[in-house]
Design a protein around this ligand. Structure first.
Ligand SMILES: [Zn+2]
Length: 60
């Protein structure tokens, strides 16, 4: 897989927004609230601060 298509880079702790395709630090994304009780069964939803796109990373 081409590295440019990888959304999450665990080494640099950065993530590419799938809409504006800007690579940003993971901490710069807004994570929407989720119930702590069910958090292990939920996928976090991120919001890009630049284009306000909402997305969730599919578990591999
Ligand atoms: Zn974006």
């Amino acid at each position: 897989m081409a590295s440019s298509l990888t959304l999450v880079d665990e080494t640099t702790r950065t993530m590419v927004c799938p809409r504006c395709e800007e690579r940003q630090p993971m901490r710069d994304y807004v994570t929407l609230g989720m119930s702590p009780r069910y958090a292990p069964q939920l996928s976090p939803i991120y919001r890009c601060r630049k284009c306000h796109h909402l997305f969730a990373i599919r578990e591999q």
